[in-house]
Design a binder for this molecule. Structure first.
Ligand SMILES: *Cc1c(COP(=O)(O)O)cnc(C)c1O
Length: 419
């Protein structure tokens, strides 16, 4: 459930009509609903209510806007970060350092040093090499780094190949069969406190079955490591729960997810950690766009909108579907191709889709754009960096300004020697 709904024929974010925002900020613009973010955080936490000890770290990469992070910090969420830049955002939003988990295969020594200085709660190690480096660094600073070892369980998440992370050939984590050996070798290093295992098999999972298969394997590995004499007090189960992008799609609910986790982990005796991203942020945002013109096509007209793949990359990257709705529908329907202005055929949001009839100057939204939306934006074709707005009841604020091409041009320089 979200708080984007029609009132008197006009699409609103909570109590704010989207045309009011478009008139002031311009388009394209991302609009987030504070109430939806809060609701999704609470529904996720409620789903885990039966678990005795847990920590939920929001996957910052899904939506790193500092106002979004502030909303989630107020709900008690920590952060799963994949760079020092994301760590800084989580801290700036008021998330305690102890609630931050640092994931990612390419943490640099400089980033690890910054994270140790900040006192983050856990490093999720993606390799033995990284663990050895972190141990040496922490020891040299007179510190002990708490760490979990990310394991690749070789489970097919059944999602898009580019967002699958838990197959043996993927770059993430250490191979399942070698994990116990690596854990044992890292556990004896000074500077490192190995406290558990981590797993994340992919994003936008439509079914709980691959998650359950992965968690069962992780439980077996945990028992084997404990039998070998090493301690495990924390198990990080990652993120990955999918959300409906098409009206009518049914996805596992947080309650069903929580029940599965409770069943699989009943005798684990650990603090469970979670890294949800999309399931909290996805349906909390829309991308508002204006129709530039409607161009005749061979089999269907092209609705050319002022949003493009640089603003919302998911359709170009993953063939992703985003529902497209007129902000003020006139009741008629049309079949059209929805495209942006960028000079790439991949700048296509939909082909041959039945949509609300729209014409030049009409406003429309791409729904479910709160996750992996603005954060992937870029300025390709010398377009603006898209702004972001947050609505809360009947008030709203720009939470990320539009960065226009002139500002970006001003940061470029022609060296003297080019004359
Ligand atoms: C991307 C990512 C997540 C979040 O994934 P969602 O599908 O958005 O829940 C969690 N953990 C790690 C390590 C990730 O890379």
């Amino acid at each position: 459930m979200d708080h984007f709904a029609y009132k008197a024929g006009v699409l609103h974010a909570e109590d704010v009509p989207l045309p009011a925002i478009a008139a002031e900020v311009g388009t394209p613009v991302y609009v987030y609903s504070r109430a939806t973010l809060t609701r999704h955080a609470r529904v996720f936490l409620d789903g885990l209510a039966a678990l005795p000890s847990k920590h939920v770290a929001f996957a910052v990469k899904s939506n790193p806007n500092v106002a979004v992070l502030r909303v989630l910090a107020r709900e008690g969420l920590g952060a799963d970060v994949v760079s020092a830049g994301e760590m800084d955002r989580a801290l700036a939003a008021g998330m305690p350092a102890r609630g931050i988990v640092f994931s990612g295969v390419g943490k640099t020594l400089a980033e690890m040093r910054r994270a140790l200085e900040a006192g983050i709660g856990q490093f999720n190690l993606e390799s033995e090499e990284e663990g050895v480096e972190l141990a040496r660094l922490a020891a040299s600073m007179g510190l002990v780094a708490s760490a979990a070892l990310r394991v690749n369980p070789d489970v097919d998440a059944g999602t898009h190949g580019k967002i699958s992370t838990g197959k043996a050939e993927n770059k993430f984590g250490v191979p399942y069969d070698r994990a116990a050996g690596i854990y044992g070798r890292l556990a004896v290093l000074p500077g490192l406190e190995m406290r558990g295992l981590a797993v994340h098999i992919g994003s936008q999972l439509a079914s709980l079955a691959p998650l359950e298969a992965a968690f069962v394997k992780m439980g077996e590995l945990m028992r084997a490591i404990r039998a070998g004499g090493d301690a495990i007090t924390h198990m990080d189960l990652g993120g990955g729960v999918g959300v409906p992008y098409k009206a009518g799609e049914v996805f596992p609910t947080p309650a069903e997810y929580g029940a599965m986790v409770a069943r699989v982990t009943a005798d684990w005796g650990v603090t469970l950690m979670f890294e949800p991203g999309r399931v909290i942020s996805g349906n909390s945002g829309v991308l508002v766009t204006e129709v530039v013109r409607v161009k005749e096509g061979v089999s269907a007209p092209f609705v050319v909108v002022d949003a493009a793949m640089n603003d919302l990359a998911r359709p170009a990257l993953y063939d992703a579907w985003h529902d497209f709705l007129a902000v003020v529908p006139n009741g008629a329907r049309m079949v059209a191709n929805i495209v942006g202005p960028i000079c790439e055929t991949s700048d296509t949001f939909a082909m041959g889709r039945e949509i609300d009839a729209v014409g030049p100057g009409d406003l429309a939204v791409f729904r479910t754009a709160g996750a992996y939306g603005a954060t992937m934006a870029n300025t390709y074709n010398s377009r603006s960096l898209v702004p972001e707005v947050m609505v809360d009841g009947d008030r709203w604020a720009v939470v990320a300004e539009r960065i226009d091409p002139a500002t970006i041009l001003a940061a470029e320089h022609v060296p003297d020697w080019l004359g």
